[in-house]
Design a protein around this ligand. Sequence first.
Ligand code: FAQ
Length: 328
Amino acid sequence: MYAQMVASQPLKAAEEMSDAERAFQARIDAGEKIEPKEWMPEAYRRTLIRQIGQHAHSEIVGQLPEGNWITRAPSLQRKAILLAKVQDEAGHGLYLYSAAETLGISRDELIEMLHSGAMKYSSIFNYPTLTWADIGAVGWLVDGAAIMNQVPLQKCSYGPYARAMVRICKEESFHQRQGFDLMTKMARGTPEQKAFAQDALNRFWYPSLMMFGPSDKDSVHSAQSMAWKVKINTNDELRQKFVDQTAPQAHYLGLTVPDDKLVWNEEKNGYDFSEPDWREFYEVVAGNGPCNKDRLGARVKAWDDGAWFRDGLMAHARKRAAAKIAAE
Ligand code: FAQ
């Protein structure tokens, strides 16, 4: 098992905590928000940097699979919708980098860690978008899974992260609906269009389930993150909620979820379903998915190509600052 920056530690019992740690945990338990300048355990700070940083990177890298279709959208209206959506994802990345910066790490450092592979982004964005129906599947399933995970994070213990989530969730909810609308058009279109929709569901179903992270028994960080309310639910709880919400939507579309074992279980009041192939998940997270090299290559190239512009902005900012000092 790999783990980045934060090694998993057994949870500390109250008597093993310092006075400051006990007081901190009491604030969390009482539902208080922790704000940037306040004392926090170093491991809490690093856990947040890890999670918010990965989340920010996911939003930024997540623009690539959809950006791939902007020039090929089938109508002006669909192009405008897709452009707006991809632009929203850039905005989410920027709020999240700002939230991470309040923890004492710079955006440049975070980006350097993404580019060097020291920090992760969501596994889902290492799968290709091969057809126009994939854009519907990304909105419906990927944004759907993202919201399922992010709505509870509006109540997380760290103020800047919780507040960033409020607007992000509103926008993701719109994204999910546009994806479902696109899938509806495809599923109710010609037999060929319906076949594209089914094929997109077949390819995106299990990667979407992987977005929630490994099963609870293999989740390294859940216990501590939940004690600190950096995470509100376990990975399996959210995965279950996602399946329960999404399977009826697939039926409504007249599409088949690619899982023979998907069946309603009256007793648990939820669906039974097959787990994703966890070996594939770990391969993708380790950098060996279908598009990892392309995705990271595109980000590094964009960063390098933008160097002249960043340099120009910095030179301008220095000039203005010097002029302001001279005028004082
Ligand atoms: N991909 O112990 P856990 C979006 C790693 S935003 C890659 O369970 P944790 C918007 C995990 O980092 C999507 N790596 O970890 C959009 C850890 O490794 P580490 C992103 C994964 O943190 C839509 C190791 O496995 N959302 O889609 C993944 O408690 C459409 C052990 O796992 C967020 O980031 C994965 N799927 O739980 C944009 C939400 N899962 O760090 C464009 C916030 C696990 O020790 C288009 N994040 N790993 O090296 C979270 O809620 C959590 O971080 C989890 C993972 C649930 C993702």
